[in-house]
Design a protein around this ligand. Sequence first.
Ligand code: BEZ
Length: 211
Amino acid sequence: MSLRLGDIAPDFKAKTSIGDIQFHTYLGDSWGILFSHPADYTPVCTTELGRTAALQSEFEKRNVKVLALSVDGVVSHQNWIKDINETQNVSVGFPIIADEDKQIAHLYDMIHPNASETFTVRSLFIIGPDKKIKLTLTYPASTGRNFVEVLRVIDSLQLAAKYTVATPANWVDGEDVIVGLTVKTEDALVQFPKGVKVVKPYLRYTPQPNK
Ligand code: BEZ
């Protein structure tokens, strides 16, 4: 059965481009992103890993550890990283898991046999410091993911973890947020001293509390 939001992200041991890791230990108290790609030495994957590496400081600012995965081996990953660094003008610092026996791919349901029997699809999991799954994404091989969108989701998740708020469609960091449904309007005025705009009793905005 596939993993659902709120499930504990399964722990595993893995060989990676930077050595062996135990997943939960590697994450420690950080947030995590685990994402699979179909194969090394493929064009879309090269750009995806390059884009992730280019955003490394943004992930670090948010206390997020990133791990990529495919069913290729460690040496393949290490040699491909040289190409990624050269062509995308980056320095890949995050580990790429070498899941040659597909154990982790099966654990996380990253192989969709009707898409490909052998390759992992473009799965992505955001994992909280409590090791629970906060977001899942599945993209086809032909579509590279938007890692700025992944950062946007992390901003939203981290805000909602700290305050009783949600974020509206297309929200980006710094914009007004939505007062959580569980907060009564009279309490919202105390909880959010920057002000509350009531559009409907169920639709109330407040300036982003941590800005
Ligand atoms: C790619 O990364 O370009 C790719 C990988 C597998 C299938 C199709 C495209």
